[in-house]
Structures are given as C-alpha cells and as structure tokens.
Design a protein around this ligand. Structure first.
Ligand code: IPM
Ligand code: MN
Length: 360
C-alpha cells in the first residue's frame, strides 16, 4: 500500500489560499510521481475566523495538529486585526505549543532570479540559516509598569537555557554534517557559523559560545566552526555571501538576518521556511505575508509556498520528490519568469503553479 502522509493545511488570510492552492497542486503531482499519498485536512485559522469568533486559535488546536505528519501554512495576517494578535495568537502559539524549536531557512539564489547583490550568482548565494525558534525575547517574559506616565518602564527579556541552546546546536551540527557544502560537494568543508553578539550580550552569548565550542570539540570535530557578530554578519551577507555554509543563531537575530537573506535570494516570492520539531510535528510556510492588496487577483507568486511544500516533503522523508520540485522550480525561474514580483511574473499565480507541476 502506498505510504500516506497526513497534512494539516492552514491556508490562512489574504493571498494565503491562492498560493497554498498552487502548492497543493504541485505536491499532489509530486506524490503521484513518487508513489505516495497526501491526506490533506483544511483548518480555517486566520484573521477572518478571529473576526468572526473573537478567538485566534481554539485551545484544541495544537492537540489536533499533533495527529498530523506536518502542517502546511499559507499566510496569517488581516488588515482589520491589530498587529500582534494573530502573530502571537496563531503563528507563535503553534510554534511554542508544538515546540518547533528550529526555524530552518535555506538561502539559495535560483537560476534567472535577480538579486540586489552586485556580481553575485547562484554559486555565491547558497547557505542555510538555522534560527533557534523557542527562546530569546520571543518567550514574552517581561512587562510594563507605570504605563502612560513619564516614568513608564518596559522590560522584555532575552532568555536562554543551556538545554534550549544545546538542542538547537546539536541539530545544527548534525544538519551541517549531512547538508553542509562539503557534504553537497560544493565546498571544501562543512562549516557551522555561530552568529551572536558576544561583545555586548555577555551573558546570553557567553552561554551560546561555550556550548557551541564544547559540543563541536567533543562530538563534531569534523565540522569547521566559525563565529561572527550579528552586525558584521549583515555586512558579510551582502558583501561575501559565499563565505557562509550553515549559520546557527538565536531567535531574534535569526528573524532579522533571514529577512536580509531572503531579499538576496529574490525576496518573499521565493523564500520559504520550516518550523521544525525534530521529534514532533513541523510546520512549513512561505516567508511572505498575506499581501491583502493582491488578494484574489491571481497575480501573487506561489513559488515560496511551493518551496515550503518541497521542504515539507524533504522533512517527512520524500527526498526524491522534494528534489524533483526544486528542479522544476529552478527550471521555471531560469527559463520562464520575467520577475518574481507579484503582477510582473509574465504569468498568473495559477499559471506559475501549472508550469512547476508540468515539470515535476
Ligand atoms: C517570521 C515572522 C514572525 C517572527 C512574526 C510574524 C511573528 O517575522 O516568521 O520570521 O517574528 O518570527
Ligand atoms: Mn521574520
């Protein structure tokens, strides 16, 4: 009997459903070719549901999600909902409750895609960011006192436990061993770079740095270790992206540098990420938001959602099907699309989905 994967689909808001539709189209073709099945179940979480019910996420949601092999997410965000509510109430809540402690962000410039980096091509922009996804200022520990008075005080703490740091580093080292530049045959070493701020955040990144080198020395002597401050990282990501192989960093720095990375690989039309719980249920999403102004126009680029689907297949173990999708996407960017920008691709959302699906 064909292997069946149970996938929870949260199409979400705005253009989310449009891009997810194309992603599902491609996933189904990949499944048929690869001899496995996808059992997709839709969930209506998002801004529209929140406005109707006053509830961002039902309390049963994460227990429900745990019954699935993976979650496929479109976009969350609604122009009529105050910023923060849906992000915290849906996206971050799922990440936390499902303990998706790794945020994986491949940064790869595909053929034909325009990058704002002068004289850089697909060989130069080819690295991965492993962002810790459960700690840091995202834990929400802190508070405000004397709000609205001149003496108002706000505190938001950067928090990391050794266990949290260790589990992230171990995953990153193992990932580097398996998918680093040497392992992929595109470089002389498998290199893991820790990105931090040891010169100022002398507690949190002292912990990270010690944990990094202790673990590397003991368990991963075959992996080259580097360290960069986060501010310098931003410069090198622009000037010499070819230096990087796998980067591991804390939650907030990871959030920031992965947006910078995304624009160097062509922007939100193509960038995808995975929120991983290596021992549990993981969630895959395009990096872009719900883009309300393009909603329903069939002009938004579905490639980021398609790439999120590709990452999902890779994660559940359908490596071959994932590579087939990636190859198809590269052919479409390399030979078809005029641009990755919404409305300027030379094709509609549906047509881009068709182009990729045909090639898979
Ligand atoms: C991301 C997003 C989220 C984050 C927001 C929407 C809460 O920016 O996935 O990078 O900050 O993690
Ligand atoms: Mn972000």
């Amino acid at each position: 009997m064909a292997k069946t994967y149970k996938i929870a689909v949260i199409a979400g808001d705005g253009t989310g459903p449009e891009v997810v539709r194309e992603g599902v189209k491609v996933l189904n073709v990949a499944a048929a070719k690869g001899g496995f099945k996808l059992d997709l179940v839709n969930f209506d979480f998002g801004g529209a549901r929140y406005l109707k019910t006053g509830e961002a996420l039902p309390d049963s949601a994460s227990a429900e999600m745990k019954k699935f092999d993976a979650i496929y997410l479109g976009a969350i965000g609604h122009p009529d909902v105050k910023p923060g509510i849906l992000e915290k109430g849906i996206l971050l809540r799922l990440r936390f409750e499902l303990d998706q402690y790794i945020n994986l962000r491949p940064v790869h410039l595909y053929p034909g895609v325009e990058t704002p980096l002068k004289d850089k091509g697909p060989k130069d922009i080819d690295y991965v960011v492993v962002r810790e996804n459960s700690g840091d200022v995202y834990t929400g520990v802190g508070g405000i006192m004397m709000k609205g008075t001149p003496h108002e005080v706000a505190v938001q703490n950067m928090i990391y436990s050794r266990a949290q740091v260790d589990r992230c580093l171990r995953w990153a080292f193992n990932y580097t061993r398996k998918c680093g530049k040497k392992a992929r045959g595109v470089g002389p070493d498998n290199t893991l770079a820790l990105v931090g701020k040891t010169n100022v955040l002398t507690y949190v990144f002292d912990l990270w740095e010690r944990a990094f080198h202790e673990m590397g020395q003991k368990d991963f002597p075959d992996i080259k270790r580097e360290y960069y401050h986060v501010d310098a990282t931003c410069m090198w990501m622009v000037k010499s992206p070819e230096w990087f192989d796998v980067i591991v960093t804390a939650n907030l720095f990871g959030d920031i540098i992965t947006d910078l990375a995304a624009i160097t690989q062509g922007g939100l039309g193509i960038a995808a990420g995975g929120n991983l719980n290596p021992e549990g249920v993981s969630m895959f999403e395009p990096m872009g938001g719900s883009a309300p102004k393009y909603t329903g126009k069939n002009v938004i680029n579905p490639l980021a959602a398609i790439c999120a689907g590709m990452m999902m297949l890779e994660h559940v173990g359908e490596e071959k099907a994932a590579r087939a999708i990636e190859k198809a996407v590269m052919d479409v960017t390399g030979t078809k699309l005029k641009s990755l920008a919404a409305g300027r691709m030379g094709y509609s959302t549906t047509e881009v989905g068709d182009l990729v699906a045909e090639r898979v």
